[in-house]
Design a protein around this ligand. Structure first.
Ligand SMILES: [Zn+2]
Ligand SMILES: [Zn+2]
Length: 294
């Protein structure tokens, strides 16, 4: 961002940077100016990326969980609750939030600090202009497929006895999940499964040399939405998997928490289908019929 940073005549406030960027670079749109002004104003790229990443994660995680907390505590949509005899109390949700916050501040914060140097090492771009919408869309679609594959196999491995007891058991404390419980997990699990979310784009960038941090942010926001909604405990007639039959959704992951078996993938149903670990009323019926036929 040395373009504007080295000039001594530049104003020092964030909005001053924003205005100056507009004056000298009329080709930039507003989001691009907001982005570049942040880096110029911070004068420290590691801090700029670190603070932006951490804030974004907190705002999206708790912001997306809030509607689910309200839905649970106000009793809206009771008819759509999957395990409708197990509505989490406010106290349960508050205890869960405290655990998640503690883990964000102690385990995740130092890792987020390393994000910018790592991104630079692998050649992620932080500069402007932003990549095109099409580039962002196809890369994010690839990350969804890559992450889901990583998640399926590592999550399935975490259900192997010793690993389950040592690591994954914490996440299964809630047999009827709720949005906030998405990241209720051991720090080791956060690292293993988090590798799918953060590592897949970095591996992609290491091979192609083509990834912007903004694309990564949008991907992480969508992945957070996916994880929180999958834990929400609510299945609606308008849930995405009714329109995209291979989308997993809450219906898929809620059963995983209730039964502790099957439905290991995160976003899609195909790995569970192909490797016969799918758990739903139809797959149980199918398995019973196969047994009988034998
Ligand atoms: Zn599990
Ligand atoms: Zn879960």
């Amino acid at each position: 961002m040395s373009l504007y940073r080295n000039s001594t005549a530049l104003p020092l406030t964030y909005w001053g940077q924003f205005e100056a960027l507009g004056e000298f670079n009329s080709n930039l749109n507003i989001p691009e100016r907001l982005w570049a002004a942040w880096y110029a104003w911070m004068q420290n790229d590691v801090l700029a990326t670190g603070i932006m990443s951490f804030m974004m994660h907190e705002m999206v995680y708790f912001g997306r969980s809030l509607p689910w907390i309200l839905i649970d505590s106000m009793g809206f949509f009771k008819g759509y609750k999957i395990q409708n005899n197990k509505i989490p109390t406010l106290k349960e949700q508050w205890d869960c939030a405290k655990f998640v916050l503690l883990s964000h501040f102690t385990v995740e914060l130092p890792q987020i600090w390393l994000f910018h140097p790592m991104a630079q090492f692998f050649g992620l771009s932080t500069s402007i202009p932003f990549p095109s919408l099409w580039t962002m869309a196809y890369q994010i679609a690839i990350f969804f497929v890559m992450e889901d594959t990583w998640h399926y196999f590592s999550h399935r491995a975490l259900h192997w006895g010793p690993l389950y007891k040592a690591i994954h058991k914490i996440h299964h404390q809630y047999s009827a999940p709720f949005g906030l419980a998405a990241e209720y997990a051991s720090p080791i699990e956060v690292m293993i499964l988090g590798f799918g979310t953060v590592g897949c784009p970095i591996v992609w960038c290491a091979f192609t040399g083509d990834l912007h941090i903004l694309t990564m942010y949008i991907w992480i926001v969508l992945r957070l939405f996916q994880a929180i909604d999958a834990h929400s405990g609510y299945e609606f007639p308008w849930s995405l998997h009714h329109f995209l039959p291979f989308w997993a959704g809450a219906d898929h992951h809620d059963l995983h928490h209730e039964k502790f078996i099957g439905n290991y993938s995160s976003s899609f149903r195909w790995w569970d289908y192909v490797l016969d670990t799918e758990y739903n009323p139809e797959s149980i019926k199918k398995r019973r019929a196969e047994k009988k036929a034998q």
